[in-house]
Design a protein around this ligand. Structure first.
Ligand SMILES: O=C(O)c1ccccc1NCC(=O)[C@H](O)[C@H](O)COP(=O)(O)O
Length: 246
């Protein structure tokens, strides 16, 4: 039997607040209050993972490093696995991220702009490093998804050859829109790599999660869920039950 799809409820932090964006665009925020309270709510609902994003660090508008460390530290200390994303681009930001106790970090822009550094940290930290492949069509986007950064499949082949352990794949056109995941993209990425893939962006319903679960045999390992949980399209408890039964 295929393993159960992992669910990663998202807490995206901007200016100290948990927010949701549409298409990852700065200025499209809806605020949902305290990131720590949001994270603790997902923990109470049975989350095994948390996807925690420092949007200010991703956009280059500052950072929420202390708050992120507090949230990651609180949850990781309680046995929740934390995936940390946003603005991790050099030794200092990577050291700060890993020091939070997170299970892994997600590198985005660095994989496009400083490939030698990314190859070095992949070799050093193994599966504590994932790479976020954030795409419009098949073009990667970096710097908070604001700048083009090359071809998805060329970059994927390069990262595979360097031993990258895992990819977090986001269709930016779907992100924060509640219009369903891009299943074709996920299938295509799974066909291009043997490494596990975490799906991100667009989940709107339990049926979407069941559809992503059907891709587990192809290599999809997990799904990040943001807006649907905040908009109460379903509860995390319902989502965990749905994927366990899929
Ligand atoms: O992850 C990043 O580094 C990032 C950078 C810039 C804008 C957005 C970014 N992440 C957004 C997410 O990871 C979302 O939380 C996730 O894709 C969930 O999407 P959805 O379920 O559609 O709300």
């Amino acid at each position: 039997m295929a393993p159960t799809l992992e669910l990663l409820p998202a807490v995206d932090v901007r200016d100290g607040q948990a927010v949701r964006l549409v298409h990852g665009e700065s200025g499209s925020e809806t605020s949902y209050g305290s990131p720590l309270q949001a994270a603790l709510a997902w923990q109470r609902s049975g989350a095994e993972w948390l996807h925690l994003v420092d949007l200010d660090a991703a956009f280059g508008t500052g950072d929420n490093r202390a708050l992120i460390a507090e949230v990651a530290g609180s949850l990781a200390g309680d046995g929740i696995k934390v995936e940390l994303s946003g603005g991790i681009r050099d030794d200092a930001s990577l050291a700060a991220a890993l020091a939070t106790g997170c299970t892994r970090v997600n590198l985005g822009t660095a994989a496009l702009e400083t490939p030698e550094w990314v190859a070095k940290v992949i070799a050093e930290y193994g599966d504590r490093i994932a790479v976020g492949l954030d795409v419009r069509g098949t073009t990667l986007r970096g710097r908070g998804w604001t700048r083009d950064g090359g071809d998805l499949y060329e970059t994927l082949a390069r990262l595979d050859s360097e031993g990258c352990a895992r990819y977090v794949v986001t269709d930016i056109a779907k992100d924060g829109t509640l219009t369903g995941p891009n299943l074709e993209l996920l299938k295509n990425v799974c066909a291009a790599t043997d490494k596990p893939v975490v799906a991100s962006g667009g989940v709107s319903s339990l049926d979407d999660l069941r559809a992503i679960s059907a891709l587990v045999p192809l290599g999809v390992e997990g799904a990040i869920v943001g807006k649907a949980l905040y908009a109460k399209a379903f509860t995390l408890e319902e989502a965990l039950k749905a994927v366990a039964a899929a």
